[in-house]
Design a protein around this ligand. Structure first.
Ligand SMILES: NC(=O)C1=CN([C@@H]2O[C@H](COP(=O)(O)OP(=O)(O)OC[C@H]3O[C@@H](n4cnc5c(N)ncnc54)[C@H](OP(=O)(O)O)[C@@H]3O)[C@@H](O)[C@H]2O)[C@@H](O)CC1
Ligand SMILES: [K+]
Length: 485
């Protein structure tokens, strides 16, 4: 069993892939082995999370996810704990593995009840796993809401019940309460599922653990991956500013110069050799607090030699520059208003697509609304399938795509999409997206290919937020400079 952290490297398997692995494994093992391993793993994690628990409430559903809960109940009872099981199944219709575990729980003397105990020290959610066919309702939904509102920790078996394991969607009324709920844990069985890490998955699952049940995962194709900590980028002693590339940030229309200056500051502090700010606000001459930045007229920059970061605070003014930038920029990061301009202009879309065909490195950094505009769908369609949306954008425009939001997805044509695990809700503040665009620019300018550059920058950006002191507000300016100094 292993805890999943931001440095974990692992494949992600969707429901179809997990089912193939389950069948392949079950075919080589004696009956009920997988469920017995699963139940023991759940019991072990439960004991580690709540070693002094007096009452453990285990809510079990009608299928094999409920079977895992029944098996865990038997294991916990045998170890001196007091599980109380509420089971929504029917012994005559339960699948064979679950029926065997039901017998084992009964034989162990587990207490079964029709309704939850009055109080509990740990709740185990074994209502639905990867076989969920519709949103939970009735008694099942009521039990989930009780767990979510309780002060005790919740341990979800395989996936939080009601979560779409492929996409991370959960209906809003089954999300944990932000104000009352205890800590949340999820023990994913056999495989890690993408839905645990993006959309609502992070909040629903909490801390994720994996038990592979002693099985190989080579019999299925992964749907994605956790890419872990990016390799460190060494700087040669015998190097100079030209060794780390030039970044040109183009944006900052009147009233929005701050966005471009944030991106430029982030590029500078992320190690770019030289950073030029091509502001669209002609009145801005020098940022006195950042004398390292070279302010230029955007039209005068020779983009063929540089990495360009385009769009931060660009307003509608950025539109006029885009044909030249898309045609000439050596490497390119496209953010914010530049993405919006492209979404509404088929001619710009053609220019972007042709960059991919010429093999030029491009990274798009949309948030869900910008992605929706580019795909000509609404935001809820993007959020309903973040991995699919990122991959479609990458394929369509021949670019690396960073789809921002909880569980940022990074996709590129012909590559397996990855989900980044650093970062937290403190990044939900103005300007942090501009900082990310600048950091991607610096990584690209160093010579990294676009996918590696995007992964590195996204990971570091979130990592800075994860290390941020709890009592200090996170501002984009300080984030750009690398943290609190
Ligand atoms: N993968 C593995 O390797 C291993 C898997 N294992 C475990 O098995 C789990 C998968 O088990 P599973 O296939 O039986 O599906 P599961 O999630 O229990 O749900 C299906 C049942 O729920 C019902 N149902 C569905 N939606 C409902 C709703 N909204 N409200 C109410 N009922 C609803 C559905 O009924 P139906 O849709 O037919 O009406 C059916 O009865 C997996 O997540 C893991 O925990 C481990 O034991 C070993 C290794
Ligand atoms: K569950």
């Amino acid at each position: 069993m292993q805890r999943v952290t931001s440095s974990t490297v692992a494949d992600l398997f969707d429901v179809a892939g997990t089912r193939s692995l389950e069948h392949a494994a079950a075919a080589t093992l004696p009956p009920h082995t997988l469920m017995q391993r699963a139940g023991l793993a759940v019991a072990r994690l439960a004991m580690a999370l709540a070693p002094h628990a007096r009452t453990v409430w285990i809510a079990c559903g009608p299928g094999n996810n409920g079977g895992d809960g029944l098996e865990a109940a038997a294991q916990l009872k045998q170890r001196g704990f007091a599980p109380v099981v509420t089971w929504l199944g029917d012994a005559d219709r339960a699948p064979p593995d679950a029926r065997a575990s039901l017998e084992r729980a009964r034989a162990a003397g587990v207490v079964f009840d029709a309704s939850p105990p009055a109080a509990w020290d740990l709740a185990i959610d074994a209502l639905l796993g990867i076989g969920a066919s519709r949103p939970p309702d009735g008694v099942m939904a009521q039990w989930l809401r009780s767990m979510n509102a309780g002060a005790a920790p919740v341990l979800s078996v395989d996936v939080p019940s009601g979560l779409d394991a492929d996409t991370g969607r959960v209906s809003a009324d089954l999300m944990p309460s932000r104000h009352q709920g205890g800590r949340r844990f999820c023990l994913s069985l056999l495989t890690l599922k993408p839905g645990l890490f993006t959309a609502q998955g992070r909040d629903a699952a909490g801390e994720v653990w994996l038990d592979d049940l002693g099985c190989e995962s080579s019999a299925a194709t992964p749907a994605g991956r956790l890419a872990g900590t990016p390799p460190p980028r060494a700087r040669w002693h015998a190097s100079h500013k030209g060794s780390y590339g030039d970044v040109a940030v183009i944006g900052g229309a009147p009233g929005m110069a701050g966005a471009a200056l944030l991106a430029a500051s982030a590029a500078l502090h992320a190690g770019a050799g030289r950073v030029f700010a091509g502001l669209l606000d002609g009145r801005a001459a020098l940022d006195a607090s950042q004398p390292e930045l070279m302010l230029r007229d955007a039209a005068s920059l020779d983009l063929a030699q540089m990495t360009t970061v385009m769009g931060c605070g660009g307003g509608t003014a950025v539109r006029a520059l885009l044909p030249r930038v898309l045609s000439t920029a050596h490497r390119l990061v496209i953010d914010a208003d530049a993405l919006n301009a492209i979404a509404f202009d088929p001619a710009l879309q053609v220019l972007l697509e042709s960059r991919g065909r010429r093999g030029q490195q491009t990274v798009l950094t949309p948030h869900p609304l910008e992605a929706a505009r580019l795909l000509d769908v609404d935001t809820s369609a993007v959020q309903a399938d973040r991995i699919g949306a990122a991959q479609r954008l990458a394929n369509r425009f021949g670019s690396t795509v960073v789809l921002k939001g909880s569980g940022t997805v990074i996709a590129a044509p012909g590559e397996r999409p990855s989900i980044n695990l650093t970062g937290n809700a403190r990044l939900a503040s103005a300007g942090t997206g501009d900082v990310l665009a600048g950091m991607v620019g610096a990584a690209l300018a160093s010579g990294l290919p676009s996918l590696a550059a995007a992964r590195e920058a996204v990971w570091l950006h979130g990592h800075r937020a994860d290390r941020w002191p709890a009592d200090t507000p996170l501002t984009a300016g300080a984030l750009a400079r690398g943290g609190v100094h």
